[in-house]
Write a protein that binds this ligand. Structure first.
Ligand code: FES
Length: 160
């Protein structure tokens, strides 16, 4: 009887060790930058401007009604590219690259348009940005997919 108790205990310890090892090897859910970021309600994403989501280091906008997430990192040397409200385009303060609202390159040394992230609209109506899966921006010289010329003066010209 004592022998069976020892055998049962050894089996339990082995099972606990196997479960612990399996549990430790599971990938951790990532919910910050580098993983999926829960952003804002879909209906708050603007049509003619952008909404910055700091946690995702990205901007949300709509292109032909679809929600699009654009990385705020310049494809030249990685500066954060701010949105300019007066010109309605992205203007990199480091070396002057300019991108339209869709992130397509208009001017400057950037080798391509701004990168994007896949987005999903959850069942809760929120936008989820997958910052772990970057989509390369369109190459320089690509035809712009939106017809939105600069709306006003450049923020760089204003010194803003
Ligand atoms: S880092 Fe943006 S233009 Fe150089």
């Amino acid at each position: 009887m004592l022998r069976r108790a020892w055998q049962g205990g050894a089996v339990l310890i082995g099972a606990a060790g196997a479960w612990t090892t399996w549990d430790l090897l599971q990938p951790l859910p990532t919910t910050g930058f580098g993983g999926t970021v829960r952003a804002v309600p879909e209906d708050s994403v603007p049509e003619d401007s952008v909404l910055e989501v700091r946690a995702a280091r990205a901007y949300l906008t709509r292109i032909d009604g679809d929600v699009v997430a654009i990385s705020e990192k310049c494809t030249h040397l990685g500066c954060r590219v701010p949105w300019c409200d007066s010109s309605k385009q992205f203007e990199c303060p480091c070396h002057g690259s300019v991108f339209n609202r869709a992130g397509e390159r208009r001017a400057g040394p950037a080798p391509r348009g701004m990168d994007r992230y896949p987005v999903e609209i959850g069942g809760d109506g929120l936008v989820y940005i997958d910052t772990g899966s970057k989509i390369e921006g369109p190459p320089s010289g690509s035809k712009e997919t939106i017809d939105e010329p600069p709306a006003g003066s450049s923020c760089a010209a204003e010194g803003a």
